[in-house]
Design a protein around this ligand. Structure first.
Ligand code: NAD
Ligand code: TYD
Length: 360
């Protein structure tokens, strides 16, 4: 997005200390240095303020350690910072944790989104009276559409919702609220449904970082079931450019699917990561890395296949991913090799307890 003729925004980014949120915060601060950027994040196990350390001294940047369910706090921030754009990433995001304990998913993903929408609805008239336009971008997932058979067409924006996990059910619910606030109150909301992201600053519990870190530690690489579940993979920085495009060019009330056009079976993705690790870290003790692959008990209710049809955002808004999955995974493995100081402290006793429960 060109920076030349644009009016600076005041943007509230929820969940900005998490994986995608922090990549988005970096993208936004690099692209639009004149914008006010306010991050609201409760710093759960998945939030890491250190990821934003290089931004903390910048006068246009503010970090607020707080919960999106705290209505007073959200209302104060909207007013105090004259927010015109909300980019809502904050969520409980891991399917396996939603199976172990769905409560937090309902609280943050459903109630938290409702609180944000309601606060924005109350605040919005003051924004328009001041002659400004506003936007509430609700960042969501392709998992709300359910599971595809091998020959089914990819998910489009009109595919019906069939969420199968507590995580996807909570995200589906929050999507419905974002949609309803446009239709009922005319609040300018946009929903994006994106496929699986990978890249820097990804918490160790998810497939790609888990495999990278376990290879570096010489630990087994746990593949669920037969390893033939298929996901569409998108480099996180490409997701950020897509969201940037949607904020600037998207139409309120619309939904945009975002994907990488990179459908890969889990076992093939893990083998690609193994090949990259063998090439980029030739001195690791376990060789080849593929020898660490271990098939483990399948996830309950494991969706078989996700695939995204991203034609709408490509043709209507002109966005396309910039890297192939091969190139993006290479950059990701290089990043985990170079940034042990970021991921090692995350392997806490709490994380180990979670790991033991899931992979016992
Ligand atoms: P993440 O788990 O890495 O980060 C979530 C962030 O939200 C953390 O910083 C956490 O501290 C914060 N948070 C959690 N509860 C909060 C609360 N109550 N109040 C304030 N902050 C809170 O998640 P992610 O992978 O970066 O995903 C971000 C968003 O993108 C989510 O809404 C997710 O559903 C969606 N999404 C993720 C993917 C993916 O592949 N990871 C794909 C598509 C969509
Ligand atoms: P994940 O990164 O948890 O994303 P999601 O479930 O939201 O798609 O998992 C991606 C795929 O990898 C999914 O099919 C489950 C599988 N998987 C494993 O096989 N082993 C693992 O240890 C993990 C975490 C995931």
């Amino acid at each position: 997005m060109s920076n030349s003729s644009r009016t600076p925004r005041s943007i509230l980014i929820t969940g900005g200390a998490g994986f995608i949120g922090s990549n988005f915060v970096h993208h936004w601060c690099e692209s639009y240095p004149d914008d006010r950027v306010v991050v609201l994040d409760a710093l759960t196990y998945a939030g890491n303020r250190a990821t934003l350390a290089d931004l903390e001294e910048k006068p246009k940047f503010r970090f607020v350690d707080g919960d999106i369910c705290d209505r007073d706090l959200v209302e104060t921030l909207l007013r105090e910072e004259s927010i015109d754009t909300v980019a809502h990433f904050a969520a409980e995001s891991h399917v396996d944790r939603s199976i172990l304990g769905p409560d937090a998913f309902v609280q943050t993903n459903v109630i938290g989104t409702f609180v944000l929408l309601e606060a924005f609805r109350q605040y919005y008239p003051a924004l328009t009276e001041a002659g400004k336009s506003g936007l509430f971008l609700h960042v969501s997932t392709d998992e709300v559409y359910g599971s595809l058979e091998p020959d089914d067409p990819a998910f489009s924006e009109t595919t019906s919702y069939e969420p199968n996990s507590p995580y996807s059910a909570s995200k589906a619910s929050s999507d419905h609220f974002a949609r309803a606030y446009f239709h009922t109150y005319g609040l300018p909301t946009i929903i994006t449904n994106c496929s699986n992201n990978y890249g820097p600053y990804h918490f160790p519990e998810k497939l790609v970082p888990l495999m990278c870190i376990n290879m570096l530690l010489g630990k087994p690489l746990p593949v669920y079931g037969d390893g033939l579940n298929v996901r569409d993979w998108l480099f996180v920085r490409d997701h950020c450019t897509a969201l940037d495009t949607v904020i600037h060019l998207g139409k309120p009330g619309e939904t945009y699917n975002i994907g990488g056009n990179n459908e890969v079976a889990n076992i093939d993705l893990v083998k690609m990561l193994c090949g990259l690790m063998d090439e980029l870290a030739p001195n690791l003790p376990t060789r080849p890395s593929e020898s660490l692959i271990t098939y483990v008990k399948d996830r309950a209710g494991h969706d078989r296949r996700y695939a995204i049809d991203a034609t709408k955002i490509e043709t209507e808004l002109g966005w396309k991913p910039s890297v192939t999955v091969e190139e993006g995974l290479r950059q990701t493995v290089e990043w985990y090799l170079a940034n042990e100081a970021w991921w090692k402290p995350l392997l806490s006793a709490e994380y180990q307890a979670y790991y033991d429960t899931v992979y016992q």
